[in-house]
Ligand binder design. Structure first.
Ligand SMILES: [Zn+2]
Length: 173
């Protein structure tokens, strides 16, 4: 996935945004965040301009999923959609990552801001870092994973063990 220069957001800002979104949709206490329903049912009502498309795996050129802010369009590969629907942690994270682009980068003109040299751009201004941070915060918020071990986080929040281990290390003590 291409990386873009976007307005800065700290990990704290992003955690706060993810929590605000959970609250807005009445999902503050859902340990298993309903990421597929969010894209398929909730967002199209909340934002009638929002579109999503399930794309056959054989149509080349698409990442696992992507979000195009110009057309307010999320495209998801069939296998990723199926995986997320069946609670595959990696695929759920992919969709949560695209939700991060939707909520944070909808209004950013990405065409103007492709990152050529990652070393020259701080992580907190990098679209992919922000979307990954958002995905982690949305699926594994501190108030839910507070007393959990990584294996419990993965199982209860529906993430991969490696994503759960990162969230575990970074949670507020
Ligand atoms: Zn991305």
């Amino acid at each position: 996935m291409s990386e873009f220069l976007v307005p800065p957001a700290s990990k704290r800002d992003i955690k706060r945004l993810a929590l605000t979104i959970r609250k807005k949709f009445g999902l503050e206490h859902n340990a298993l965040f309903p990421v597929v329903e969010m894209i398929e049912v909730v967002l199209p009502v909340f934002d009638p301009q929002f579109n999503f498309e399930i794309v056959e795996d054989c149509e080349c050129g698409l990442d696992e999923a992507n979000y195009d802010p110009r057309h307010n369009l999320m495209r998801i590969r069939q296998s990723v959609y199926d995986g997320a629907y069946n609670c595959n942690g990696r695929d759920r994270f992919t969709l949560a990552h695209e939700l991060g682009h939707y909520f944070m980068h909808r209004d950013v003109d990405l065409a103007l801001s492709r990152i050529i040299d990652r070393r020259s751009v701080p992580a907190y201004c990098n679209s992919e870092w922000q979307a990954n941070t958002f995905a982690s915060a949305l699926l594994m918020p501190d108030h839910i994973i507070k007393d959990m071990r990584p294996d419990q986080i993965a199982k209860i929040c529906g993430t991969s063990l490696s994503a759960a281990e990162i969230a575990y290390k970074q949670k507020k003590k």
